[in-house]
Design a protein around this ligand. Sequence first.
Ligand SMILES: [Zn+2]
Length: 340
Amino acid sequence: MHIFWVPNHADHITQGEIKDGILRAPFEHPGRIDGALGAMKAAGLPRPLEAPEVGIEPILAVHDVGYIGFLNEAWPRWRAEGRTGDIVPLVWPGRGMRHDTRPLTIDGKIGHYCFDAGTPICRDSWDISYASAQCAVAAADRAAAGEHAFAMTRPPGHHAMRAGYGGYCFVNNAAVAAERMIAEGCERVAVLDVDYHHGNGTQSIFYERADVLVVNIHADPIEEYPYYLGHSDEQGDGKGFGANVNLPLAKGSGWGTYRHALDTAISTIRSFEADALVVSFGADTYEDDPLGTFTLGTNHIGMIADAIAGLRLPSAIILEGGYATDALGDNIAAFLTPFA
Ligand SMILES: [Zn+2]
C-alpha cells in the first residue's frame, strides 16, 4: 500500500459556500485531510508521500483543453476585473438559452463551465487540483504495476466533467487514474464509486467506452445531489452500452440495503474481468456525515472495503467526499486496512 498526498493542499481554501440559502463555512476544507493523518498513522498505515510530477498530459487525456485553460487562468482574470472574493458563478445557460457561445468575459466563462453554486474557486484551486491529479496518476501507476495505492486527494474529483466543474470538484482524479491505467497497458479497467453522491463526471467521461466499466452506488438523484445524472436507466451509450451501472439507494438507507447493492456491484465487476480497479472512495456514507443521509458506521465502511479487496484486483483508491471531519481519519483507516 502506497499513499500519496499534496502537502500544501491547505492552499485550496474557500471563504464559504452557499447552502440552504445561507453563506456558511465550507464543508470541503483543509481540516478534512489534516485531521485524518493522526488516525491513519495510529492504524499503522504508511506515511503519505508527495507524488512525482508527470505533467498535464494525464489530465488532458480526460478533460477538454479549453476547460483546463479556463481553470488555469480564471483567478488572474477574476482579479484583473477587481474582484476580491472567491470565484462564484452569476449566470448559467439555462433551458432555452444557447450553450454553443463562447463568452469573452470572466462571468460568462464561469457560467459556461460551472454547474453549481457551491463550488467557489480561490487563488490556488487550480494548483492544488493539478497536484491532486498527480497523486491519482501515481496511484494508478502503482495499480498498473500490480499494487494497491491510495490518493489522498483534495479537492475531490468525481463530479468534474470533461468540460465542467461542480460539487467541489475541478479535475476528475478517478477518471485520470483509470485513463492512466489504460495508457500503462491495462486493457480493461473498472471504476467503483462508493461516495454517497453519484459520480456524474466519471460516468459521463467514460459513457461511450467499452474498456472502462463505471459502477456507482449512491443516494438516488431523484432526491439528492447531483439530481440530473445517476439514474438506473443510464447504462452507457454506443460501444459503452452496458458498461455503466447505477445502483441508486433511497435517502436514509442502512447497511442491509447497501450490502445488497454492493453484492451487485462486486459481481458486475467480477464479470467484466478487469485488469485493475479504481475506487472512488467517499466517506460521506457515514452516519454522522453532514451532507449524507445513509446510516453506515465505520465498521460498515470497513466491510465495504473487505468486499472490494476480495476482488483481488490491483486498486487505485481515490479520496472523494467525507465531511464528518472528526471521523474521517478512522473511516479512511477502516477502508484502507483490508488493502494494506
Ligand atoms: Zn459525496
